[in-house]
Design a binder for this molecule. Structure first.
Ligand code: ADP
Ligand code: MG
Length: 239
């Protein structure tokens, strides 16, 4: 388990390694300021955070970008999701006046997008609402949910791009972006759609990227979409 500032192309944006917060050792240490988060985590019956969660939570709660390179099953969803819920709560503008969602999760497949949606719904946190947008699902049903108001959009890049082009979704209120399983999204040929939809996302947002591997294409995406990211590598979660 190690952590260091990202990238061969280290720039002045990259914080020196002594600014990287130490990993936490417990849920309590990570979320002592957020008792409702602790309550929801405890309800899951988990005994301790996974290595990537220990590393990711303090980094993300400081508002830094994060790149998590870790195999499937290492607990990446909660690593980015719990800070996302806190991020939504912490926005100064009341939810009804934000003009759109604050969190966007891009995922490579419908199955993964639906799994992430299930996690959000399971946590059922502070009435935060989400929509899951994927090809094959009813466009009309998806748009109806968006129009009722959501804080989190979970989407495959193709469908999201369709709905953005059609004018149903405005990403200008996104302040927390997640590119989940970036390597698989590239393998599936989604780079053009990713690049198109992200043209509209605020440059001052926070970004999390996860990937099982770290090939050139993923590094290229990281360079385009993260700033001074803390990079974390981990092995598998011993369940
Ligand atoms: P990944 O995205 O890295 O493939 P997931 O986030 O889908 O992994 O998590 C894999 C499984 O581990 C899920 O069933 C999740 O509920 C569970 N899990 C997540 N965090 C913990 C934890 N701290 N302790 C035990 N199980 C966990
Ligand atoms: Mg995952």
């Amino acid at each position: 388990l190690c952590h260091f500032a990202a990238g061969e192309e280290a720039t002045t944006d990259t914080p020196p390694s002594d600014e990287i917060p130490d990993p936490v050792r417990s849920f309590e240490e990570a979320f002592f300021k957020y008792p409702d988060i602790l309550t929801t985590v405890r309800a899951q019956g988990f005994t301790e955070p996974s290595p990537i969660q220990c590393q990711a939570w303090p980094v993300l709660l400081q508002g830094k970008d994060l790149i998590g390179i870790a195999q499937t099953g290492t607990g990446k969803t909660l690593a980015f999701l719990l800070p996302a819920l806190i991020h939504i709560d912490n926005q100064p503008v009341p939810r009804s006046e934000r003009g759109g969602p604050n969190v966007l999760v891009l995922a490579p497949t419908r199955e993964l997008a639906l799994q992430i949606e299930m996690e959000v719904k399971k946590y059922d946190y502070h009435d935060i609402k989400c929509v899951c947008l994927y090809g094959g699902g009813s466009r009309k049903d998806q748009v109806d949910i968006v129009l009722k108001g959501v804080e989190i959009v979970i989407a495959t890049p193709g469908r999201l791009n369709d709905l953005c082009v059609a004018g149903y979704i405005n990403l200008s209120s996104i302040t927390y972006l997640i590119l989940d399983e970036a390597d698989r999204m590239l393998d599936m040929g989604f780079e053009p759609q990713i690049r198109k939809v992200l043209l509209d996302v605020r440059p001052d947002r926070q970004t999390v990227m996860t990937s099982a591997t770290w090939p050139e294409g993923v590094r290229r995406l990281a360079k385009s979409y993260t700033k001074g990211a803390v990079q974390v590598y981990v092995g598998t979660l011993d369940l």
